[in-house]
Ligand binder design. Structure first.
Ligand code: V47
Length: 387
């Protein structure tokens, strides 16, 4: 073992919190196997041999966006080649497909559309709820929520948290049940100004999630790494998430962060395509470091669409306990080409998990175990199957 990891190993064995300096040592060591081993200890303590997946559909309702983040190849301007926006009929069709496939969740995100009225978003949620009432609607990143507060003409400049709360309440009334973790990128002003200027900053992202937690909406958190951020920025990001979760727990909020999802940067087609993007070693390391630093977030997701299924299998030994789901269409990044059809059958997802030595558990969005008979399903009454 790298001597620089010895004290960290003791802390992990005694279930003590790691410091930001420990996090940096884990990012800098060449002893990747020890890093993975330590993360595996924590993962095993929390989840044993369980590995979670869900049957879900991702709905990216439009790629039109008023922002031009340098890392993003998804966004288009009006009239630009490839720009699209779904009609309510398109959305209802997707909800029907999700229901027929027995999906338990629709994960709904899009660009910051320049023109759509607020009613488009509430109509979308209501139409899906009507079409597929059992399906959980995990929708809109914090960035979209702030955009919708502006679109719905809330006084966001005067009272940011109040405007966010009001818009979330309207969306909940229309069917919103939780929020995904996107749009966090890296919580650092230099990186923000260079790579995603115009997007909300870290304090605003965290305020949206805090407000959601106060209202009883569980949320996820992401970190987009492997572009222009430094190791210190990554640890600072994880530390800010950990502090926010401490706050939610100390205040007894009815909801909190459920899952941390480290997202590896895909350079192709973006303004940062001259960068190489993170390596396989880096991806394994980030999953492990997220598990070790975020001692107060139950789950670590290796999003197989971005990590690839073979790497995801190995990540289950490096701290991950969740692989996301069946997905089918994913437009934000396209692994290995322009086809956005990225489907695995439930059978191949389960066998990938089994082959890696784990027990596949189908979960719903809130990590309750799903009991299934074909497309029909119900969840265990017990609270989420968390650590
Ligand atoms: O917010 C954009 C990222 C995110 C690129 O909550 C890119 O369960 C890599 O947040 N390379 C959207 N990443 C995806 C996301 C997510 C995915 C799966 C599950 C959950 C969840 C959330 O994708 C964006 C942005 O951070 N992204 N462009 C890119 N070129």
């Amino acid at each position: 073992m790298d001597p620089a990891l010895q004290d960290i190993a003791k802390k992990v064995a005694h279930q003590e919190r790691l410091s930001p300096a420990d996090g940096l040592a884990l990012l800098r060591t060449r002893d990747l196997h020890t890093v993975g081993d330590l993360a595996h200890q924590v993962r095993t303590r929390l989840h044993g041999q369980r590995a979670y997946y869900n049957i879900n559909r991702h709905l990216n309702y439009s790629n039109l966006c008023i922002l031009s983040c340098k890392f993003c190849e998804f966004h288009r301007k009006p009239g630009q080649d490839g720009a699209y926006e779904y009609s309510l009929e398109d959305i209802v069709k997707q909800a029907n497909d999700a229901k027929d496939a027995g999906a338990t969740e629709m994960h709904i995100v899009g660009g910051l559309h320049p023109k759509l009225p607020f009613a488009y978003y509430t109509d979308m949620l209501e139409a899906i709820r009507e079409t597929a009432p059992q399906v959980h609607l995990k929708a809109f990143t914090a960035v979209e929520i702030v955009h919708l507060a502006r679109v719905s003409k809330r006084a966001i400049r005067k009272d940011f948290a109040g405007a966010v709360r009001a818009v979330l309440e309207d969306l909940v009334a229309a069917g919103l049940s939780s929020m995904p973790g996107g749009g966090a990128e890296v919580f650092d002003d230099r990186v923000h100004d260079e790579a995603f200027r115009g997007k909300i900053r870290s304090d605003e992202w965290l305020t949206v999630h805090r407000t959601a937690h106060e209202l009883g909406l569980h949320t996820n958190a992401t970190m987009l790494y492997g572009h222009i951020e430094s190791p210190e920025d990554r640890i600072h990001h994880l530390d800010m998430l950990r502090q926010e979760q401490d706050h939610a727990i100390a205040q007894g909020f009815p909801a909190r962060f459920q899952t941390i999802i480290p997202l590896p940067f895909f350079p192709d087609g973006s303004e940062l395509q001259h960068l190489p993007g993170p390596s396989g070693v880096e991806n394994l390391r980030m999953i492990a470091v997220a598990r070790l630093m975020l001692d107060n977030i139950d789950h670590v997701k290796a999003f197989w669409i971005m990590q690839t299924l073979p790497m995801t299998q190995i990540m289950l030994d490096y701290g991950a306990d969740d692989v996301d789901g069946t997905v089918v269409w994913y437009d934000i990044t396209k692994v290995g080409g322009s086809d956005t059809h990225q489907e695995v059958t439930v059978g191949s997802l389960r066998s990938a998990i089994c082959e890696a030595g784990y027990t596949p558990i189908e979960r719903d969005t809130l990590y309750r175990e799903v009991h299934r008979d074909g497309a029909a399903w119900k969840v265990s009454e017990a609270a989420g199957v968390t650590g």
